[in-house]
Design a protein around this ligand. Structure first.
Ligand code: 26V
Length: 822
C-alpha cells in the first residue's frame, strides 16, 4: 500500500519540501518568487514547529496529571539562543532538512542565520537557565520555565571609534515563529493600593488587598524539545497588558486618552530587560517585573492544579519550584498570600507548603549584587506582601530567640530586615527561610556561601545547604556549535556522549594516537580558519591562524579582570619594542563581551582593549606576532563559533568572585586549555582534566583575605616589578590614546590606589604562567594531546549531570517518558 505522509508531520524530503512551500504560501501569504530569505526562514521554522506539535501536546497533557511531579523553574532571564538549529538537531531532522532545503534551492546555514536570538538575559545566569531547560527535556523530566517576555532584550552592541554603543534589541521585529500566545490563559496581577483587615461571618481574620492598579498577564509558550525523546517542555513567558475592562471603565467616564495612558503604563512593565550588572536599587519597575511574572506563574499553577482536581495541601507534591537567584524570591510571600488570603489555608499549613515547594539557588557573593528592596518601595507596590514578610520575619526571629535564648545580636544578624543604609528586605534571607534547599553553583562558591553571606542560616539549618556545580548542554555547545569535532568524536567512540557526556573518557587512549591527534589538529585549524574569516568580516583585522588563539569572552566587569589580560598584552608589546627580533610565540588575543550601559569603568576597559589593538595591530615591527581583536555583540549566536576555535581560555577572575563561570566549561569541552585562577568551577575543571593540563596562577581566596588584612598596597608590586611598572607607565603616558593622558587615568588610578580586584598582586604570577603557556604551545604534539585530554575529561560538566543532581537531591522528581500512541 502507498503510505501518504501528513504534510504537517511527515519527514521525507518530498514532504518537507511541500510543507515548506505550503507554510510559505498559507501561513506567511507569500508566493515563492516574492519571498524574502526571512520568509523562507519563517516557513522553515513553522515546518519544524509543526513536527514538534504532537509531542508537545502529548507532553503537556501527561505533565498535568495530578500524580506527576513537575519542575517549575522561575527565572527573570533566559538566553536560549536561536531555536531552529537546536530543534532540528533534537528532532533528528538536521540532515534531512538540510537536503530538502538544498533541493528547494536554498542553503540551510543562510536560513539559520536569519533567526534573531531571544536575548532575554544578561549572561551566565540566563544561559544556565536555557541549558537547564534543554537538559530537563532531554532527561524527560516534566518542567515549565516561567519568565518575562521582554519586548527589548539585552541591547545589541556596536563598537564606534573604539567605544561601546548600545542599540535596542528588536528581536520580535520580523516575527517570532516559536511562540504561541495563549490569551485564554491570561491572569490578572494587582499592584499598589492598601490592605483592609476584617473578621468574617465565622470569626476568621481576613485581609483584603485593594490594589491601585491591575495588569493583565498574557502567556506566550515556546516548545523546548529534548534530544531525540518525545518530551517537549514549555517555556512560558508573560507579557503585561492593560485589562480591557479597565480602559472601558475610564472610557465610560469620558477619559479616553487617560485610558490609553494607563494602557501604555501597563505595557511598559515588560518592555525592557534590566542589565543586572548594574545596581538596580530603587528601580520600582524592576520590582514590578519580578512580582508580575512570579504572580502570573503561581496563579497559573494553582489554577491548573485545582482544575485537575488537585488539593492545595498537596501543592508541593505536584510542583517543585526553583528560584533562579533572588529575582523571583517574592514568590515566597506571594504563595503565602494566595494560600492564606485567597484560598483560606491556615498560616502554619501554608508555610509548610511554601517551604516544601521552594528551593533557592544563589549565583553571586558580590555584596553590590545582593538584592535588597526598601520597605518604602515594597509597601507602596506590594502592601500585603510587606505585611506577610514582616509576619514571616516575626515568627522566624521568635524561633531564633528560642534556639539562642540570650543572644540578641543573632536576631539582628539573621533578620530579613536590614536597618542600614535604609530599612529594606534582604531577599537572599527571605529566599533562604522560605526554601527547603539552598545551593551554590560550584564547590568553592557553596563553601563561601555557607561561610559568609548565609553563614547564620547555615548554622541554623546545615541540612538545607548543598552544592550543585553548573554545567552546559553538550547539544548546543558541542554538537551544534562544533560539528567538525562532534563528527570526529562520534566516528571514534560512537554517539552516546551526546546524552552521556562521561563517554568522552573513551577518547583518552586516543590522545596517544598520532593519526587521531592529526585529525584533532585539523578540526581545530578549520575552526580557527572559520573564526578568522568572521574576524576579518566584522573588524577588518587579518589574523594568523597558526598563532595561539587566546580568548576571553564574557561580560565586561572589573572582577573578571579583562584589564589583567591587557596588562599581559602590553608587556609582550613592550618586550617586542625593546627587542624587535624577539622570538615570541605568536598570539591572537580575542575579546568579546558587553558592558552594562551605566558601568563607566567597564566601558573604559572596552576602550582600552580597542585602543591597544589599534596600536599593536598596525605596528609593522609587530608583524603578525601579536593581534588584538574585540569582536562586537557577544551573544549566544556570536559565541557559538568562538569556543571551538580557541586554543587558550582565559578564566582569570579574582579568586572568590566568580560564583562558577560556565564559559570555562564550554572552552575546555571544545579542547581549549585554560589559564585560570583557583576560582568558581575552574577548581573542579582543573581537578577533572588534571593539573598538568591546566595553567593556574594567582592568589587563592585565603591568601587574598590575608593580603587584605595586612593592608594591601598595590603600588608595592609596581615598585618591585619593572615590567609591571613599564606597562602601567605605557597606559599613563597616553601612548595608546594618541597622547591623551587623561583617557585611561581612571583605570590606572584605580589600580594604583585601591586595586580592589588584586590585579597588581596577581600580575607576576599571571605573566610567568603565560610564559609556560607559550612554551607549551611550541610543542604541538603535546599541546594537542592536552587538548584531547581536556575534552575527554570534561564529562561531568554537562548540565545533564547538574539536572540529575537537582532532580534527586532537591526536587524529588522522576523521568516521565512520553507515549505518543494514546
Ligand atoms: C549582578 C551585579 C549587580 C550589581 C553590580 C555587580 C553585579 C555583578 C554580577 C551580577 C550577577 C549576579 C547573578 C549572576 O548572573 N551570576 C552568575 O551566574 C552564573 C550561573 O550560575 C555563574 O556561572 C557566574 O559565575 C555568576 O556570575
Amino acid at each position: 500500500a502507498i503510505q501518504i505522509e501528513d504534510d504537517r508531520t511527515g519527514v521525507t524530503i518530498p514532504t518537507l519540501r511541500r510543507a515548506l512551500a505550503d507554510n510559505l504560501y498559507y501561513v506567511l501569504g507569500k508566493p515563492p518568487d516574492g519571498a524574502t530569505l526571512n520568509d523562507y526562514y519563517l516557513a522553515l521554522a513553522y515546518t519544524v514547529r509543526d513536527r514538534l506539535m504532537q509531542r508537545w501536546m502529548a507532553s503537556t497533557h501527561t505533565h498535568r496529571l495530578p500524580t506527576i511531579k513537575q519542575v517549575i523553574y522561575l527565572s527573570a532571564e533566559y538566553l536560549p539562543g536561536p531555536h531552529l538549529g537546536n530543534n532540528l538537531m533534537n528532532l533528528g531532522l538536521y540532515e534531512t532538512v538540510q537536503q530538502a532545503v538544498a533541493e528547494s534551492g536554498l542553503d540551510l546555514a543562510t536560513l539559520l542565520a536569519c533567526e534573531e536570538e531571544p536575548g532575554l538575559g544578561n549572561g551566565g545566569l540566563g544561559r544556565l537557565a536555557a541549558c537547564f531547560m534543554d537538559s530537563l527535556a532531554t532527561l524527560e523530566i516534566p518542567a515549565i520555565g516561567y519568565g518575562i517576555r521582554y519586548e527589548f532584550g539585552i541591547f545589541d552592541q556596536e563598537i564606534r571609534e573604539g567605544w561601546q554603543a548600545e542599540i535596542t534589541d528588536k528581536w520580535l521585529q520580523s516575527g517570532n515563529p516559536w511562540e504561541i500566545a495563549r490569551p485564554e490563559d491570561a491572569v490578572f496581577v494587582k499592584l499598589g493600593g492598601h490592605t483592609e483587615a476584617s473578621t468574617d461571618e465565622t470569626g476568621c481574620y481576613q485581609v483584603r488587598w485593594i490594589p491601585h492598579q491591575t495588569v493583565k498577564g498574557i502567556p506566550y509558550d515556546t516548545p523546548i524539545p529534548g534530544y531525540r525523546v518525545n518530551t517537549v517542555n514549555t517555556l512560558r513567558l508573560w507579557k503585561a497588558e492593560a485589562p480591557e475592562s479597565f480602559d472601558l471603565s475610564v472610557f465610560n467616564h469620558g477619559d479616553y486618552y487617560g485610558a490609553v495612558d494607563q494602557k501604555v503604563i501597563s505595557e511598559n512593565l515588560t518592555k525592557v530587560l534590566y542589565p543586572n550588572d548594574e545596581p538596580i536599587q530603587g528601580k520600582q519597575l524592576r520590582l514590578k517585573q519580578q512580582y508580575f511574572f512570579v504572580s502570573c506563574a503561581l496563579q497559573d499553577l494553582i489554577r491548573t492544579h485545582l482544575a485537575q482536581g488537585g488539593r492545595l495541601e498537596r501543592f508541593h507534591e505536584k510542583f517543585a519550584v526553583q528560584l533562579n537567584d533572588t529575582h523571583p524570591a517574592i514568590a515566597i510571600p506571594e504563595l503565602m498570600r494566595l494560600l492564606v488570603d485567597d484560598h483560606h489555608v491556615p498560616w502554619d499549613l501554608a508555610w509548610t507548603i511554601t517551604q516544601q515547594t521552594f528551593a533557592y539557588t544563589n549565583h553571586t557573593l558580590l555584596p553590590e549584587a545582593l538584592e535588597v528592596w526598601s520597605l518604602d518601595l515594597l509597601g507602596q507596590l506590594l502592601p500585603r506582601h510587606l505585611e506577610i514578610i514582616m509576619e514571616i520575619n516575626r515568627r522566624f526571629l521568635e524561633d531564633v530567640r528560642l534556639k539562642f535564648p540570650d543572644n540578641g545580636e543573632k536576631m539582628g544578624q539573621l533578620s530579613l530586615i536590614a536597618d542600614q543604609p535604609f530599612r529594606s528586605v534582604r531577599m537572599a534571607y527571605l529566599a533562604s527561610v522560605g526554601s527547603h534547599a539552598i545551593n551554590g553553583v560550584a564547590a568553592l562558591h557553596s563553601q563561601l556561601l555557607q561561610k559568609t553571606v548565609l553563614r547564620g542560616f547555615y548554622d541554623l539549618w546545615p541540612e538545607k545547604f548543598l552544592n550543585i556545580t553548573n554545567g552546559v548542554t553538550p547539544r548546543r555547545w558541542m554538537l551544534l556549535s562544533n560539528p567538525r569535532l562532534a563528527q570526529l568524536i562520534t566516528r571514534r567512540i560512537g554517539d552516546r556522549w551526546i546524552i552521556h557526556l562521561q563517554d568522552l573518557r573513551d577518547l583518552e587512549p586516543l590522545a596517544e594516537d598520532p593519526e587521531f591527534r592529526a585529525a584533532w589538529r585539523s578540526v581545530k585549524q578549520a575552526n580557527k580558519q572559520a573564526l578568522a574569516q568572521r574576524i576579518l568580516e566584522r573588524t577588518g583585522i587579518q589574523v594568523n591562524v597558526e598563532s595561539l588563539f587566546d580568548v576571553q569572552v564574557k561580560r565586561i566587569h572589573e572582577y573578571k579582570r579583562q584589564h589583567l589580560n591587557v596588562l599581559h598584552i602590553i608587556t609582550l608589546y613592550n618586550r617586542l619594542k625593546q627587542n624587535p627580533s624577539l622570538d615570541l610565540v605568536p598570539r591572537t588575543f580575542i575579546f568579546a563581551g558587553k558592558a552594562a550601559p551605566g558601568y563607566v569603568q567597564a566601558k573604559l576597559i572596552i576602550r582600552l582593549i580597542t585602543a591597544v589593538g589599534e596600536v599593536i595591530n598596525r605596528d609593522p615591527a609587530v608583524g603578525d606576532r601579536l593581534k588584538v581583536v574585540f569582536l562586537p555583540d557577544y551573544n549566544v549566536t556570536n559565541g557559538q563559533p568562538i569556543y571551538p576555535a580557541a586554543d587558550l581560555s582565559e578564566q582569570i577572575s579574582t579568586a572568590g568572585k566568580e560564583a562558577s563561570g560556565t564559559g570555562n566549561m564550554k572552552f575546555a569541552l571544545n579542547g581549549a586549555l585554560t589559564i585560570g585562577t583557583l576560582d568558581g568551577a575552574n577548581i573542579e575543571i582543573r581537578e577533572a582534566v588534571g593539573s598538568e593540563n591546566f595553567f593556574h596562577f594567582g592568589h587563592k581566596v585565603e591568601e587574598l583575605s590575608q593580603l587584605r588584612s595586612q593592608g594591601y598596597d598595590p603600588r608595592r608590586y609596581c615598585d618591585h616589578s619593572p615590567e609591571l611598572n613599564r606597562a602601567i607607565h605605557r597606559l599613563e603616558s597616553g601612548f595608546f590614546a594618541q597622547g591623551n593622558r587623561d583617557l585611561f587615568r581612571p583605570l590606572v588610578q584605580s589600580l594604583l590606589n585601591d586595586d580592589p580586584y588584586f590585579l597588581m598582586a596577581d600580575y607576576l604570577s599571571y605573566l610567568n604562567c603565560q610564559e609556560q603557556v607559550s612554551q607549551a604551545f611550541l610543542n604541538e604534539a603535546t599541546w594537542i594531546r592536552r587538548s584531547i585530554l581536556n575534552t575527554a575529561r570534561m564529562g561531568e560538566f554537562s548540565s545533564d549531570r547538574s539536572i540529575r543532581e537537582y532532580a534527586h537531591q532537591v526536587w524529588q522528581v522522576q523521568s516521565v517518558p512520553i507515549n505518543l500512541q494514546p
